[in-house]
Structure formats: structure tokens, C-alpha cells
Design a protein around this ligand. Structure first.
Ligand code: TXA
Ligand code: MG
Length: 325
């Protein structure tokens, strides 16, 4: 992967013309459009099959530009931006006049972040404005962590794909609502709750129940085609073999505590060693189960701490509201 200056300039020109650019970030690939261009933003929703009421994240080149996009920058937001940007943290703040209402789903707030990826930062600097970018996947599906994932899923719906190599964090940004006096986590992600709490000197509620201020409910998200079954770690192997015996093609993600035990399943993969490696590999693993034609995926949840919180959140959402054993 080499991203040339010419590619960055071409991508910036596509954005200026109202086109769509897939861009690498440290979390996942985004499907970017000019955050001030309603027609371009409409194309993002169309390409993703996403309801226009579901707001996008505006990506900017640096914390010093935050004031251009929000009405005010409260002290908490200033502190978090100074500490975690560029990085996998998104701040929800009261929106300024510059961002198109088409990007915010008509909300009075806007989500903003500075991604920690040299290609994304080069593009944002060359473009100069804000780039509204959801993850570059079809609505509800697994987020892309390579340029190939984007091409396979969105194809011609994207005008230009910037290849920045595989994403290093692998799960989306942590979203913090910083509009009020008491910040809260709307979505766990690449910046851990513990790190946020250490900087803020207070504990943070996690409001990851999907109670974002958007109309409609979208229960199943981050989901592969295969049905995801969540079980306790000690039951993963038995559950996988049961499903396999019933004639289904079973993918199983074996926790390290069970590594080495033989498993009768169609596709067996080991949970990566560290939480960081697990987060980085998660979406690729879910895609691989689909690629191998699995009907179901049996997996256990990591503990809700550190990056495990984001991983568990994605797996719960992938499993959806179906009863899990
Ligand atoms: O890591 C990421 O955040 C990636 C990369 C591309 O930056 N982007 C991403 O975007 O995950 P998306 O669209 O897949 O998820 C954005 C989330 C949605 O769940 C949306 O509801 C929430 O951000 N969001 C956006 N604006 C919001 C707002 N004003 N208030 C509350 N939630 C908001
Ligand atoms: Mg997404």
C-alpha cells in the first residue's frame, strides 16, 4: 500500500465535486462526503442503505478547527480533544451553522472527530473542510477494516477508494456525549472507558443501549450474514458441536481458555491473544465466517473492561435481540 500525493489530491477533488470517497482511519474505513453538501450527503445514505435520520460523524483535520463545527466547546470537550485527538474518540456537541442538517439527521447536536491516520489527515488537510463519514459498509453490516472490504461491499457506489492499509484499531471510535454537565459514553470504542475516566477524574455511564437521540430502532448491527450465538466461555465448544450435529455449518471463535481442545465445527478460529489484537481482528474474523459459508457463529463475550467493552458491545449488537443461550 502506498498512497501518493496525487491520490490525496484526486480524493479531495472528488469531495469538492460532491462525490464519495472511502477513506482509511485508525478505526474502520469511512464513506466520506463534504459535510456541507446536502446532495453529497444524500448519496452517502443511499450508498449505505441507511435511513437519513441516522446522523453521521464529521471528521476534521485538527482540534483547533472544532470551533468551526460546534456552537461552543465546553471545558470537558476541550480536555478530551486535547488528550485523545487525533484518535478513536468522537465528541457529540451542540451543532454550529456550518454542518449541513443532512449530516446530523436534523439533530441539534453534531458528532465530530479527528482520526489518527496519516492518509485521512492528509485528505482532511487537502480538502480543508469537514468530511462526514459513516463506516463504509451497508447499513447494519460488519464495518470494513481494509480497502478490499469496502470495494467488495460498496463497489461502484463509491467514486474513489483511498487505500491506507488495514485499520490498526479495528473497532469504531468511542462516542462521548459532551453536551451537558455530565458526559456519558454513547458507544464504547477504541478509547477505553478507563482512559476517559482517568483523564476526566470521574466515572462515566455507558449508554450503549441504542438510546441515541435518533428516531427508529435498529436492533441488529455490526452483523455478519451468519447468525451469532453468544454463550458462556465454558459452553462454546459444546454449543458449536450441538449446532454442527444439527446440520448447520458452524463457525466457532474459541476463547484462549479453551485453546487446544479439538472442536468439531466447520470453521474454527482462536480469539486473538490481546484485547487490542482481538479488536483489530474482530470484523475480519466475522467476515471470514461469512466467506466460508457459515450459517451460525458461536462465540463468548470478553469481560466488559478495556477494549473488551467495545468488543462485547459489537458482539451483542451482532447477535441482535434474538434469545441467546
Ligand atoms: O470510528 C468511527 O467512528 C467510524 C470512522 C469512519 O470514523 N465511523 C463510524 O460512523 O462508526 P457510523 O456512522 O458507522 O457510526 C456513527 C454513530 C452512529 O451510531 C450515530 O447514531 C452516532 O454516531 N451519532 C452521530 N451523530 C450523533 C449525534 N449528534 N448524537 C448522537 N449520536 C450520534
Ligand atoms: Mg457503522
Amino acid at each position: 500500500m502506498t498512497t501518493r500525493t496525487a491520490d490525496i489530491e484526486k480524493a479531495a477533488a472528488v469531495l469538492r465535486d460532491g462525490g464519495l470517497v472511502a477513506l482509511p482511519t485508525e478505526t474502520v474505513y469511512g464513506l466520506g462526503a463534504d459535510a456541507e453538501n446536502p446532495a453529497a450527503l444524500a448519496r452517502v445514505f443511499q450508498a449505505k442503505g441507511r435511513p437519513p435520520s441516522h446522523p453521521l460523524i464529521v471528521h476534521i483535520a485538527g482540534a483547533e478547527r472544532l470551533g468551526d463545527w460546534v456552537r461552543e466547546v465546553p471545558a470537558t470537550a476541550r480536555l478530551l480533544a486535547a488528550r485523545f485527538w487525533p484518535g478513536p474518540l468522537t465528541l457529540v456537541l451542540r451543532r454550529g451553522g456550518r454542518v449541513s442538517p443532512a449530516a446530523t439527521g436534523g439533530l441539534e447536536t453534531v458528532a465530530v472527530r479527528v482520526p489518527d491516520h496519516p492518509v485521512a489527515l492528509a485528505l482532511l488537510s487537502a480538502f480543508g473542510g469537514g468530511v462526514a463519514a459513516p463506516s463504509a459498509n451497508r447499513f447494519g453490516a460488519v464495518s470494513p477494516t481494509t480497502a478490499d472490504h469496502v470495494r467488495a461491499e460498496l463497489g461502484d457506489a463509491v467514486d474513489f477508494v483511498l487505500d491506507g492499509g488495514p485499520c490498526l484499531v479495528g473497532v469504531e471510535s468511542t462516542i462521548v456525549d459532551a453536551t451537558g454537565d455530565v458526559p456519558s459514553i454513547l458507544r464504547p470504542g477504541g478509547v477505553t472507558r478507563e482512559d476517559l475516566e482517568a483523564v476526566l477524574g470521574r466515572s462515566l455511564e455507558v449508554d450503549s443501549t441504542g438510546r441515541t437521540p435518533v428516531p427508529g430502532r435498529h436492533p441488529s448491527h455490526y452483523a455478519p450474514r451468519a447468525r451469532v450465538i453468544l454463550v458462556e466461555p465454558e459452553n462454546v465448544v459444546a454449543e458449536a458441536e450441538l449446532a454442527q450435529e444439527s446440520g448447520q455449518r458452524v463457525g466457532v471463535l474459541v476463547p484462549s481458555s479453551r485453546a487446544g481442545a479439538p472442536v468439531k465445527a466447520h470453521t474454527v478460529m482462536a480469539v486473538p491473544e490481546s484485547p487490542a489484537a482481538y479488536a483489530q481482528g474482530l470484523y475480519g474474523i466475522l467476515r471470514e465466517f461469512d466467506r466460508r459459508g457459515c450459517d451460525v457463529v458461536v462465540v463468548s463475550l470478553p469481560a466488559d473492561e478495556g477494549l473488551g467493552l467495545a468488543i462485547a458491545n459489537r458482539l451483542r449488537r451482532a447477535a441482535g435481540p434474538r434469545p441467546s443461550r
